[in-house]
Design a protein around this ligand. Sequence first.
Ligand code: FE
Length: 342
Amino acid sequence: MLNKNSAILLSSLMLVSSFASVHAADEEVNLYSARKEQLIKPLLDKFTEQTKINVNLVTGKADALLKRLTTEGKNSPADLLITTDAGRLHRAVAADVVQPVKSDVLDEAIPAHLRDPDGLWFGLSLRARPIFYVKGKVDPAELSTYEALSDPKWKKRICIRSSGNIYNQSLVASMLATSDKDEVETWAKGFVANFAQPPKGGDRDQIKAAAAGICDIAVANTYYYGGMLKSKDAKQVEAASKVAIFWPNQDGRGTHVNVSGIAMTKAAKNTDNAKLLMEFLANEESQAWYAQANDEFPVREGVAWSDSIKQWGEFKADDLSLAKLGENNADAVRLMDRARWK
Ligand code: FE
């Protein structure tokens, strides 16, 4: 039996504990990230240091994290999702697990084509998907556009990964934004006919295959090349050293680019803290660090490029609204299937 004193004690304890939980909730934000811990954790620590808001980080594979968010639904503890490729960010939109964020800070920091027009996701770092050619084997003067890679002169000379990969789906989706479907399909058939081998492995494997003499040209994301050049594995450095970047479509729409980005989940409970973290990641200092960590380009204008990516030279990037990549994804996948891009 409770006496009067212990009842008062109990109720005041309950008051304290409910306060404590409200207080604790105010000071945290939960992030699901498809990026490796070392590419984000130091920034999150800095955020916590400045704001006293703890960031609980869960890292995982992009598709697995999206599946987890979908399964958890409104019970998900996640407030934010970080993933790569606008095509994947679009999948989160399509799965109805994200919500719009209104922020003048984000709108000012991030160019409009690198974020969702409705604020459903925001690009945080930029990567390009150019052509890599084997030095001494290919004269860069022979290269021009992605479209020109369907020319029979490249027969058995091209390495690229599978059509199941989102980066290639987004590349084709970007072509669908400027050319009609039949044109892109005809291109894809010619392009696939020029593959040196059935697609296998990741982007680094395409550069390795080119260096090993299997093909003369590889298509890959820039940060893989950057990572290979500074790898501790001498074989990767050697392979990357044998190729050079060619920026395609410089006389037209520009080289295909994509982003890693962030979205607020529909289930978010710590929405204020989540928004603060989003804005923090877009500030000048974070942008410089975040891009440098993975040899990427800052999305924010006026932020200096790291020394390693500066060596690749300036290029014209396609300024297509990346939301289009998601919208065109299903068409791109079907078209690649019809072209028998494995
Ligand atoms: Fe990647």
